[in-house]
Design a protein around this ligand. Structure first.
Ligand code: HEC
Length: 145
């Protein structure tokens, strides 16, 4: 009899403990989860923005000579044109490039150098020369028709 009482006391105690634990730990761990979600979202955003920022440093920092179209594309333009970020026509996407190529190289070059709607001037890498930007336009056009 005494045994039964004490074991049911222990049972009540552990239920009470479990309830307290749930009340204290669950909201805490949920807010922890919320935080880590927010952080991983911020990480996502950062990693999406990062290539453009890093790229600009690379393109701007080089003391070495003129960059060819492929290098400029890979270091600057691919940040948007590789995946089609913000509506940028994707490298290799004939449909997206067809009409644009129809405008002629002079217009494409001018838009790439001076900027055009969502397209930042020189892809945001202000240190690129006109020739480097043009070479990158040529590289994308050649790879997209
Ligand atoms: C920050 C993102 C971004 C970067 C970096 C970027 N572009 Fe663009 N680009 C765009 C977007 C967005 C468009 C589409 C603009 C529109 O037509 O609405 C575009 C369009 C273009 C076009 C077509 C313009 C036209 O007249 O249709 C060319 C050419 C171009 N980009 C060249 C380049 C080159 C060369 C680079 C690298 C030096 C580059 N872009 C880097 C976002 C970018």
């Amino acid at each position: 009899m005494a045994d039964k009482n004490s074991s049911s006391k222990i049972m009540y105690l552990s239920i009470a403990l479990a309830v307290i634990l749930m009340a204290v730990v669950v909201p805490f761990s949920m807010s922890g989860k919320g935080k880590s979600d927010a952080i991983s979202n911020a990480d996502d955003v950062e990693s999406r923005i990062a290539p453009v920022a890093k790229i600009e440093l690379q393109a701007g920092g080089g003391a070495g000579g003129v960059k060819d179209g492929k290098t400029v594309y890979n270091t600057v333009c691919a940040g948007c044109h590789g995946a089609g970020v913000m509506g940028a026509p994707k490298m290799g996407d004939k449909g997206a490039w067809g009409g644009r190529i129809g405008q002629g190289m002079a217009t494409l070059n001018a838009h790439a150098i001076n900027g055009f709607k969502g397209m930042p001037a020189r892809g945001g890498a202000a240190s690129l020369s006109d020739d480097e930007v043009k070479a990158a336009v040529q590289y994308m056009v050649d790879g997209s028709k």
